[in-house]
Design a protein around this ligand. Structure first.
Ligand code: ZN
Length: 257
């Protein structure tokens, strides 16, 4: 098995150096994971990197705009199916993948691990002991979370796998997978503690909690941070620890224990 990275030309606050498009090749066959945004320069780079290999499929970890929009057009150009968990903005899978689906590339059977949390439709792909993590786990920082309860369960799920490295959707390859996963779990636990502490200090709206917890972070990132805090509040509410009294403009109240 040979793995190559083609970095998409979309660096930014949310994408780091850009989206990692991975090419996994075995016995002259290849799959493309997360082709990224529509950009002719990137299409040319991917096709150049594929060289003489026979493409089998284009796969997406999830349907965010920095991962999936090039999948359908590239798959059409290559004459192969586009694969993903579900349709989403700018993406319509020719075949849908689910937990335990297997994609065969040469002599490699790549299995699908459903990892909701960053997004509902998120998948990781396991080739041997190499896990392609998309935005479930990123190189160099925490990820944005939609559903924290699901996200933590998905971290535990991938922790059970036999892993040698993580190949993320953004940033560098991680060679110590279990340390990284444990850091992610601990990071969310600390954030939860900080959210609870902010409420104990009197913060009772989403905005106040974000200002409290992320006081050292550039305010331009607060809208992003507020999505994480929302996910924390939903988890605390599902555990009966707080009540969210206004969903549109969240106000929160601690429950008596
Ligand atoms: Zn994403």
């Amino acid at each position: 098995m040979r793995i190559r990275r083609v970095l998409a030309p979309n660096p930014g606050v949310y994408t780091g150096p850009g989206t990692n498009t991975w090419i996994v090749e075995s016995q002259s066959s290849a799959v493309i994971i997360d082709p990224g945004p529509i950009d002719d320069r990137h299409t040319t780079a991917i096709i150049g990197e594929l060289g003489d290999t026979t493409s089998v499929a284009v796969m997406v970890t999830h349907t965010h705009p920095d991962h999936a929009p090039l999948a359908n057009p590239l798959a059409r150009d290559l004459g192969v199916p586009a694969l993903g968990h579900a349709p989403g903005p700018g993406f319509d899978p020719d075949q849908r993948l689910d937990e335990n689906s297997v994609i065969t590339v040469g002599d490699v059977g790549m299995s699908v691990v459903h990892t909701p949390g960053h997004s509902d439709d998120h998948l990781c792909f396991l080739a041997g002991t190499v896990l392609f993590t998309g935005d479930h786990i990123m190189g160099g920082g925490s990820v944005m979370i939609e559903d924290l309860v699901a996200y933590l369960a998905s971290l535990q799920k991938v922790r059970q796998l036999e892993l040698s490295s993580l190949h993320p959707g953004h940033g560098d390859i991680m060679e110590k997978p279990y340390e990284v996963i444990d850091w992610y779990v601990e990071h969310r636990r600390q954030r939860e503690e900080e959210v609870v502490a902010a409420m104990a200090a009197g913060a009772d709206t989403l905005g106040q909690i974000v200002e409290h917890v992320y006081s050292s972070v550039d305010p331009s990132l607060h809208p992003l941070a507020s999505r994480s805090v929302r996910a924390h509040l939903a988890k605390l509410e599902s555990e009966g620890r707080i009540r969210v009294t206004d969903v549109a403009d969240p106000r929160v109240r601690a429950c008596e224990t």
